[in-house]
Design a protein around this ligand. Structure first.
Ligand SMILES: Nc1ncnc2c1ncn2[C@@H]1O[C@H](COP(=O)(O)OP(=O)(O)OP(=O)(O)O)[C@@H](O)[C@H]1O
Length: 304
């Protein structure tokens, strides 16, 4: 449904995006993750046909996003990272303007969305908070019932309740067969909605991962408190995977074999022990920190 083939944009300062290649299947929710300045918005702007690539191409529903940009912009639901509203208008007037441009007549779904996101459409946009503007943007992206929706940081500015309403909306639309690409900093959001995610860093794709695989790769982290310095030294030489330590506390990661861990730990005088799951954020952070590493098959995998 969405295809990027070696998409490259080099700005005059040498920054940009380089050889971005991935596909998003119909009915898939695809996350696009990366730190500030990684190239998420630049990639998305190409997908919406706002920018001409230096090299490579991208397509949505078999339409070249640059050559067929008018059709793309009419068809695809889009929430920009920074929404440029016509400030003199009310939310409703803005939505009506967009609907007119798209030739959209039926307002039933629009009104349902307004109701769900609970905002006063009669408020002038210039008086709206960031979160309220974001809600108008979300309604604008979904109201014409598009098959493909592209969202740049959709939950920024939304409070936790509204974030939940947004996640439910995405899951509902996904069940109807809609295709999504969304950039995000929020791993919880990605975890709740996405099937796969690409990680971008310095304009390059570092990895494309199945979210469910990542969840299975999660390790359990044990925080233990030992009795003395000598034990801490011993622990560091025990073969266990000690992620960090300070004073008499140490954090140990375990994946799969708990028996070996328990046997080794039985040799120590453990004064306290607590366990937690490694969250996806910690898994993804390995990519940010080390840029991903290649396994024997030559494919990128997280350092988990
Ligand atoms: N028009 C431009 N001219 C020159 N450099 C640009 C231009 N647009 C973006 N860049 C640079 O390209 C890089 C990627 O920027 P981009 O906005 O795509 O990142 P991002 O991942 O969306 O970041 P954020 O999460 O902060 O929105 C940055 O280094 C940015 O400074």
């Amino acid at each position: 449904m969405i295809k990027l083939n070696g998409l490259t944009k080099v700005f005059s300062n040498g920054k940009g995006i380089f050889d971005i290649t991935f596909d998003v299947q119909k009915g898939e929710v695809f996350g696009f993750l990366g730190p500030n300045g990684a190239g998420k918005s630049t990639t998305i702007r190409h997908l919406m046909g706002f920018m001409k690539p230096t090299k490579g191409s991208s397509e949505i529903s078999r339409l070249d996003t640059w050559k067929e940009s008018a059709a793309i912009q009419k068809k695809v639901g889009y929430l920009p990272g920074e929404i440029a509203f016509l400030e003199g208008m009310t939310g409703l007037e803005f939505l009506q303007l967009l609907a007119g441009m798209r030739g959209m007549k039926d307002t039933t779904y629009r009104d349902e969305l307004i109701e769900r996101f609970q905002f006063d459409v009669k408020t002038p946009i210039r008086k709206m908070s960031k979160g309220m503007k974001q809600k108008v943007g979300i309604v604008a992206a979904f109201m014409h019932d598009p098959d493909v929706v592209i969202l740049d940081e959709p939950t920024s500015g939304l409070d936790p309740l509204m974030q939940r309403i947004f996640v439910d909306l995405v899951l509902e639309e996904k069940n109807k067969g809609k295709t999504f690409l969304m950039s995000s900093h929020s791993f919880t959001e990605i975890e709740k909605t996405c099937d796969r995610a690409a990680i971008i860093k310095n304009g390059k794709i570092v990895a494309v991962e199945d979210i469910h695989d990542l969840q299975q790769k999660q390790r359990r982290l044990f925080e233990i408190t030992l009795s003395n310095e000598e034990e801490l030294k011993q622990l560091l030489n025990s073969g266990l995977d000690v992620l960090r330590y300070s004073d008499l506390q140490a954090e140990i990661a375990v994946q799969g074999d708990y028996n070996e861990f328990i046997k080794t730990l039985a040799e120590f005088n453990v004064r306290n022990l607590s366990a937690r799951e490694q969250n996806l954020e910690e898994i993804f952070l390995n990519f940010y920190d080390r840029g991903g590493k290649e396994d024997e098959s030559g494919t990128l995998s997280p350092n988990v």
